[in-house]
Design a protein around this ligand. Sequence first.
Ligand SMILES: [Zn+2]
Length: 305
Amino acid sequence: MFSADNAVRAEAQPHNELVPSRYALKIGDIEAMVVSDGVLPLPTSTMATNVDPAELAGWLQRNFMPPDAFDWPLNVMVVRSGAQTLLIDAGLGGQFAGFPRAGQFPQRLEAAGIALESITDVIITHMHMDHVGGLLVDGVKQRLRADVRIHVAAAEVAFWTSPDFTHTVMPKPVPGVLRSTARSFYEQYRDNLHVFEERREVAPGVTVRRTGGHTPGHSVVDLASNGERLMFAGDAMFPVGFDHPDWQNGFEHDPEESAKVRIGLFRELAQTGGLLVAAHLPFPSLGRVAAQGDAFRWVPIIWDY
Ligand SMILES: [Zn+2]
């Protein structure tokens, strides 16, 4: 049980970890935990590439955010269902210069009492560096099981053989690093890849489904058990997306399709009342989506531990 681990391991935490960066909950019979990989700073201009900069500046000011750069939260999840332990995304890793506050997930899993050796399956929402980079951290592959299954959409693997950046608006060095990181991930883990076309039930009540948009193989993960639901939405939505779902993000490879996917998932979540976790919503990123017409609102859950 994650909750028991939390209690037992509390004393063993490193002294510098003032805030345990994990949040455990149950979705019916499924145990789930959101783990923060840290944050990475990005230029605010990447948040809205299709609007007047003055409009974005106004939004940032009203939301108490700095004008030029903001901290991009990085969340991953660990899920236990049946006999399987699954990791959903792997964060950025600590191997990229300039991001000293990211790449925390290996230590934080350990602090939570979860051994990399216990992971049977990894689900990758898409092959951007802030989702696969954690698997490339020194020593991680050696500790993962040799037969760990890594589930990723076939369209995603195909996309990165010759990725198209013509519709993205990223800081200059980023496309090159995204390309090389996706290639390293593929080369290091090709024997572990279990590609799927549109959807796959990876464990009881744990289903990955391709949405496309952000990248052609971008996928979300649905947990469902005993009438309870949670969606890990990867990069389908960002904090600004609730107020402005049509604002395009510079990291989206197909920005128009991304907006459609985002709005569709918001509507779905508003309708089902299921919980939402996304890679870049503020930790622990657990809440619901309320809809009123085409306007969406984030409703955080209430801390109950
Ligand atoms: Zn991302």
